[in-house]
Design a binder for this molecule. Structure first.
Ligand SMILES: [Fe+2]
Length: 251
């Protein structure tokens, strides 16, 4: 059987990744071998576990301090620590989560694990920003206009967003900008609109860990509370101009 040198190198690298035990050092070695050095223009900002944008009890009575503590300080922290450990010593240790997510998309084994962890870290940070104390209520004008143009009315949007959030299983519902138009979407498990060429504007985590302590099987009540009392429409609108510019088709 004939193998050229390149094929052999790839095969042995794949074998190395497949057979190695999970661990930060191995993942770092795999990354260093598979990817070119980061561009000099890459901003050297170390990856850090982000703090909540409000106190843990700030979203009560809709989400308890206990839920936020466990969700942020244990679940989200774990995802971020996994990313940091896996990129330590590589050109990616100062990269943004967005770059890591895009560069590791479609990878295998540990590269794939890094991708999944990076998506979960990014999604959670975005989810915290998608809520605020005394949220919900009237949308700011530009967001309201974009939503009304796409859905016909804010109420129709809320119905579609709730339908997306009620998709069975663990995942995320999103308000995104897709081809210049806002849309309500859903991604499963560790998926992200970033990989679908959509620009996220707002997100709700629908993994059971995000609501079970407060709502148990009443997921619909959690989604209603998010839409009516927690959603940070101002944050969604603040993402709109950048999203609109990025989504503009290139000539
Ligand atoms: Fe979560």
């Amino acid at each position: 059987m004939y193998f050229n040198r390149n094929h052999e190198a790839i095969s042995s690298r794949r074998q190395f990744i497949k057979t190695a035990t999970a661990g930060a050092a191995v993942a770092a070695a795999a990354l260093a071998g598979l990817y070119r050095p980061a561009a000099a223009a890459e901003k050297a900002i170390p990856l850090l576990f982000p703090v909540l944008p409000y106190p843990e009890n700030a979203l009560e009575p809709y989400l308890s301090a206990k839920t936020l503590h466990i969700h942020h300080d244990r679940h989200h922290r774990k995802y971020m620590e996994e990313v940091i450990a896996r990129v330590k010593g590589t050109d990616y240790q100062n990269a943004t989560l967005e770059k890591i997510i895009k560069d590791t998309y479609g990878g295998i084994t540990m590269i794939e694990t890094l991708h999944l962890m990076a998506v979960m870290a990014w999604n959670h940070d975005f989810y915290w920003k998608s809520m605020k104390p005394k949220g919900g209520g009237e949308m700011p004008p530009r967001l309201k206009k974009a939503v009304t143009e796409a859905f016909g009315s804010v109420d129709t949007f809320k119905t579609k967003f709730k339908e997306a959030a009620m998709t069975f299983g663990s995942g995320w519902a999103w308000l995104v900008l897709d081809k210049g138009k806002v849309a309500a979407t859903y991604t499963s498990y560790h998926e992200s609109p970033l990989m679908l060429n959509q620009m996220p504007l707002l997100a709700i985590d629908t993994w059971e860990h995000s609501y079970y302590l407060d709502y148990q099987e009443r997921k619909a009540d959690y989604v209603d509370a998010f839409i009516n009392n927690l959603a940070n429409w101002q944050f969604a609108e603040s993402n709109l101009p950048a999203a609109a510019a990025a989504a503009k088709p290139k000539k």
